[in-house]
Design a protein around this ligand. Structure first.
Ligand code: B12
Length: 446
């Protein structure tokens, strides 16, 4: 009986391979992502473009417009050599604002992940062979990988994260670019020592992207045979851990890391043979409604079409169905009726004035989001409840509470937790607390 239950979801996968069987639901997700991509006011995000390109249906005109927006944002900044950047930032005293922003790139925090996703997106658009501007992008990305690593030598982790570092290695590989063996070794050693996990989250997302980078390097034969064997062993190990970690309901990590984990099975040609893949696909199809932010949708779409980021390396962009129409997302209903949620703010790090900063019940309409709740939180004593968010492709990211801004350089962030202390799996805009629940905002280190 137990065996039957385990095998049942696999049965819903048709013989045609690694794609999702429910085409209508998948098309709706594509259409929703396109709708979000066209929303005015949101910055273009390279991850969203990659998701649109790896889907089955397209609106080629809208995708071209989106790529132009990305090019506006990236080419100005990275479309010139590193040398010319530092030269101009020292050489000219009077610069316009945009130029000044562009030329600050070299001295700023590395943008490893965004630049990597942009390079992946660019290759997924099948550009005419014009190595000029792309060469600069590749040089910038190699520079960021080094800059990221300088942080690692000092703090024991890349300045951005292993997730972004892995994306960087992956993007260079998809472009067929060799990197110094040491750059790959750093990631391999981190993986072998299980350094990807950080407080408040599982390591699955990062392990998956690192495995994709390793699989790519091996497939594209960009490393010597001894290193290739080590990378192959690392990918095998990660895949085995994913199988072991798969929950009874089919997810690997959580619902949002499952698509990235599934890409590893596709990239290593194991999606047809491993039952874990079929179970994960069945589980994912049950929870497509959880994918509400553009970034999350863009991460889910490739696997629903049986594709991984490695497929970008061989994309031809021919005979793509130009049939997709954007779909707006209906806002979820709020109310009628009210509920009460307890809001707690904790500040357990050294910079805090005291540990418990806020603890009050907040009345809000039933179905309100955590963001609505923060907006409705009353003053405690003389102090008003204040908070700030920053827009990201995942939605609004909580950056500051009661005047205390989390310092990203110190790896501090405002963590969202349930009353029992478990980390929430959604951001402030998506999480909808229930009546009587407690939500904790805690300044944490990751
Ligand atoms: C690294 C990481 C973090 C780091 C980011 C800091 C840093 N310097 O890298 C830290 C630890 C701070 C973090 C925090 C959180 N994260 Co996080 N994070 C990731 C991870 C592993 C990689 C993100 C990344 O670098 N992408 C590449 C860059 C190029 O893309 P980007 O869009 O520019 O990335 C930035 C934003 O995404 C932002 N960010 C990171 N996480 C989250 C979560 C939310 C909800 C928002 C709005 C923004 C955001 O920080 C990134 C780096 O600047 C992803 C995994 C994934 N599958 O995407 C999870 C992921 C995005 N996080 C997730 C979650 C749930 C959270 C938290 C809500 C956890 C919590 N309970 O507190 C908090 C956010 C709370 C808040 N203050 O609003 C979920 C989002 C799920 C969803 N519903 O969409 C993911 C998908 C993990 C998962 N599998 O569940 N995260």
């Amino acid at each position: 009986m137990w065996l039957l239950l385990v095998l049942l979801p696999v049965a819903v996968l048709p013989a045609r391979g690694c794609r999702a069987p429910e085409e209508a639901a998948v098309r709706v997700l594509s259409a929703r992502l396109l709708g979000l991509a066209e929303e005015p006011g949101l910055d273009a995000d390279p991850g969203v473009y990659v998701g649109l390109r790896l889907a089955g249906d397209h609106d080629l005109h809208a995708e071209r417009r989106y790529l132009e927006r990305l090019q506006d944002a990236f080419q100005g900044r990275y479309g010139r050599s590193l040398g010319s950047d530092s030269h101009s930032s020292h050489g000219h005293r009077h610069r316009d604002a945009k130029h000044s922003k562009d030329t600050r790139a070299a001295s700023q925090w590395p943008e490893t992940g965004r630049l990597a996703l942009y390079l992946l997106g660019l290759r997924a658009s099948c550009p005419p062979p014009d190595p000029g501007p792309q060469r600069f992008l590749v040089t910038w990305l190699k520079y960021y990988l080094e800059k990221d690593w300088a942080g690692s030598r000092r703090h024991g982790h890349p300045l951005t994260s292993y997730y972004q570092y892995s994306l960087g290695v992956l993007a260079l590989c998809v472009h067929g670019k060799r990197v110094r063996e040491e750059v790959i070794q750093r990631l391999l050693v981190a993986e072998q020592h299980r350094r990807f996990r950080h407080a408040g989250s599982s390591a699955v997302d990062t392990e998956a992207v690192a495995a994709l980078a390793f699989a790519c390097l091996e497939r594209e034969q960009l490393v010597r045979s001894r290193l290739a064997a080590e990378l192959r062993a690392a990918v095998r190990g990660i895949r085995a851990r994913f199988v072991a970690a798969q929950s009874e309901d089919g997810f690997i990590g959580n619902v949002f890391s499952t698509p990235l984990a599934m890409q590893v099975f596709i990239a290593t040609d194991k999606c047809r043979t491993h039952t874990a893949y079929g179970r994960a696909m069945a589980a994912l199809l049950q929870r497509l409604d959880a994918f509400t932010s553009a970034a999350a949708m863009a991460q889910a779409l490739p696997v629903l079409h049986g594709r991984s980021y490695l497929d970008i390396a061989s994309m031809q962009c021919k005979e793509e169905p130009d049939t997709l129409k954007p779909l707006a997302i209906e806002p979820l209903p709020v109310g009628p009726g009210n509920m009460m949620v307890r809001l707690v703010v904790e500040c357990p790090v050294a910079q805090c004035p005291q540990h418990l900063l806020y603890d009050l019940p907040v009345p809000v309409p039933t179905g309100a989001s955590l963001l609505d709740l923060l907006g409705a939180a009353p003053a405690q004593g003389p102090q008003n409840f204040t908070f700030e968010t920053q827009d990201t492709p995942q939605g609004p990211f909580l950056t500051s509470v009661l005047g205390l801004a989390a310092q990203p350089q110190e790896r501090h962030y405002w963590q969202l937790l349930g009353g029992l202390g478990s980390s929430l799996q959604m951001g402030v805009a998506d999480y909808r607390p229930e009546d009587g629940e407690t939500v904790i905002l805690r300044l944490s280190k990751w």
